[in-house]
Design a protein around this ligand. Structure first.
Ligand code: PLP
Length: 397
């Protein structure tokens, strides 16, 4: 049995060819154990959480809270708010912490490498509050300009940085950035959407104030993610959404709120998704993540070298710690056509701006073809991809 056998979708064919799934930076596939856990919940335990004494409600509550326990243990975190994903987690910081703690004239530091979900919430807040946003430039070697970063911290209240780029696979120097942010008196949010699939981050040790990520990029279901928050930042947050479950008492004259994470989880939460995510953690706990990370990076490095040999431009550096993401362009074949040709041969890759338009503007392009590798991908699949790329280039360039 190979690890790939745990993923039913990976045995299907696409356009008469075995599926080679290389769109993992967008979302990863789900092992059978995750699918079964969600089906089992709907078949046997479906009920709402927290609000009843009956057995099914107890099982649903236990399943939902078990996910929080997995997250706290996996990341060594004291506070884990369940959200719909990275995007909602960042918006929760913007609304829950930003509205309560930032005012006109304050500075937020972002980078040119951010995903739109770590730009737009801040632009909305900045417009509303008169906040200044500074962007740390990306250098020609695809790293952040750390000198500019240090300078940008003057009077900064908050830094938001992507841990690992979804376009380049570059892992930023987050440890140094966290230290510098704190020395400058700023809080720092880490967008770890592309990091948590590849490395097991210790949130206490990392020492960031906020960290956001999504389950679906680490073998879990779509529609659920989390925000980890340090205790002091947690105490500074105000509710973003009001409704059931987040309150202690409600009367016609006002409401009091829960003091734990429920304060930020108004309404019926994603119960089946939480149960599915727990199953994904259980599956991942049996995987040697560092060994796979090394293996996949080698595959990405090899793929990038081959693509350069074929005449493609590769965006990224594939150095130690980086994710196995290979973004490339061919000089004459349009990226959308290229991806369609690849799809006809069973390869799933992504094209477009990958929700990172400022980064692509900086690189002077409007999109890339992106092959992103994950735990179930093999060197053989990379070789098959390169064979298909050569075939396409020979016929259409
Ligand atoms: N940040 C990064 C770096 C991402 O790659 C993504 C998704 O591609 C997101 C944020 C947004 O994640 P989600 O759509 O799951 O909220």
């Amino acid at each position: 049995m190979s690890l790939k056998d745990d993923f039913p979708i990976l045995s299907r064919e696409v356009n008469g060819h075995p599926l080679v799934y290389l769109d993992n930076a967008a979302t990863t596939q789900k092992p059978q154990i995750v699918i079964d856990a969600m089906t089992q919940y709907y078949s046997n335990s479906n009920a709402n959480v927290h609000r009843a004494v009956h057995t099914l409600a107890g099982e649903a509550t236990e399943g939902y809270e078990d996910c929080r326990r997995w997250i706290k243990n996996w990341f060594n975190a004291q506070r884990a708010v369940l959200t719909s994903g990275t995007t909602e987690a960042i918006n929760l910081v913007a609304h829950g912490w930003g509205r309560a703690n930032l005012q006109s004239g304050d500075v937020i530091v972002l980078t040119e490498m951010e995903h739109h979900s770590d730009i737009v919430p801040w632009q909305i807040l900045a417009e509303e509050r008169g906040i200044e946003i500074r962007y740390v430039p990306v250098l020609d070697d695809f790293t952040l300009d750390m000198e500019a970063y240090s300078e940008s911290l003057h009077k900064a209240k908050l830094v938001c940085v992507v841990h690992t780029s979804n376009v380049l696979g570059v892992r930023n120097s987050v440890d140094e950035m966290i230290t510098l942010a704190h020395q400058a008196g700023a809080k720092i949010l880490i967008d770890a959407a592309q990091a948590v699939p590849h490395e097991r981050i210790d949130f206490e040790h990392l020492n960031a104030d906020f960290m956001a990520f999504s389950a679906h990029k680490m073998c879990g279901p779509t529609g659920i993610g989390a925000l980890l928050v340090k205790n002091d930042a947690f105490e500074q947050m105000q509710p973003f959404m009001g409704g059931g479950d987040m309150i202690e008492t409600v009367s016609t004259s006002g409401s009091t709120y829960q003091t734990n994470e429920h304060k930020f989880e108004a309404g019926t939460p994603r119960i089946a998704e939480a149960i599915g995510w727990s199953a994904a953690f259980e599956w991942m706990s049996k995987i040697d993540l560092p060994a796979h990370h090394e293996r996949l990076l080698e595959i990405a490095k090899w793929t990038a070298e081959q693509l350069r040999e074929i005449g493609c431009t590769v965006y990224g550096r594939h150095q130690s710690g980086d994710a196995a993401v290979v973004s490339f362009l061919h000089p004459t074949i349009h990226s959308e056509d290229f991806a369609r040709f690849l799809d006809a041969k069973g390869f799933a890759v992504r094209t477009g701006h990958h929700c990172a338009q400022p980064l692509l503007n900086r690189l002077g392009i409007t999109g890339t073809i992106r092959a992103s590798f994950y735990l179930y991908n093999s060197q053989q699949e990379a070789e098959d991809l390169i064979k298909a790329v050569r075939y396409i280039v020979e016929r259409f360039a």
